[in-house]
Design a protein around this ligand. Sequence first.
Ligand code: SF4
Length: 343
Amino acid sequence: MGGCPNRCRHCWLGCTPNGRLTADDLRFVATAFHPFTDGLEVVSWYREPDYLPEYKELWALENELSDGRETPHYELMSVWRAVRDESYVPRLKSLGLKKCQLTLFGGREKTDYYSGRKGVYDEILQAIEMLIAAQIAPRIQVFVNKDNIEDLQAVVDLIHAMKLEERCAAFEKQFTAFVHQGSCDGENEKLYDIRITPEDLPKIPRELVDYSLQHWDKSSLDEIFGQMEQMLVDQLSESKETRSYVSDTPIFYVDKNFNVYPNITTPALHWLLGNLKTDGAEAVLNRYLGSESPAQKARLTVPLGEMVKKYGDPTSRRLFSTSDYIDPIIKRWCEDAYKNRQA
Ligand code: SF4
């Protein structure tokens, strides 16, 4: 797995050290899982796509290991690579990309700060120009917290200054943009204290609201940003619901040390299924099917209300979707259970 040049403060994957599986490692992973599937798909990255210099060879390897089928190129790109390799964006075009997502947090200062790398904002502007030259429509994602909400007008100003609507329309594509507050796992969980509350919603510039409603196909910002934590605590505290995360078409992360996690939320210790080298694929898959990672087990055996009553804040006005709210609650439950076992 390739790493990432950024250290985004909202990164749901968490900012783990860079590191990677080699081509031989990827072959090992594919060979290990292959007997247990009738449709293996292998992707060589889970952080920034195409960040590694041999990204073209890795793409060919992904296709080879995916039973010879061409894997999709998601509507994501490496901004880092785009501004350092002039063949990169034309290659995205040749792979059939029609839209591509880039992330802003306001103007230059906020975007560099939140991306964890100085110069990102200017690189994103360059990448947008490259995408438009290749007739790929940029889609701008904007994360909102209390400390950048006043800077969102800078995004609107940029959309106008770069004439993004008009320039996308010139090649018959629609320019799109959207705001949201992100999940509450990985690095984003650390932003809990500055998560927005209902009083903040009117501060989002009208044009970004309109783009967002269209993007998410919603009729109000409440539908995008969810409910206050105090309401979720009230609703969920008596819930007896339990849940299995086992799927017929599971996706797994394999990190640089061959640790395996289900692709449900952040690849963290409480989701760990085992290690492909030391445990083997069959044991890892049996743990998945048996809901044996601590988070799977907690969610399957502990009524949701019990966890929410223990870890929810009934006075908090922070906004969450229900599914995003459950992630940090499960994490706290698992961390405490782990500490109690150690004590
Ligand atoms: S959000 Fe994406 S670009 Fe940012 S650190 Fe995470 S993987 Fe890298």
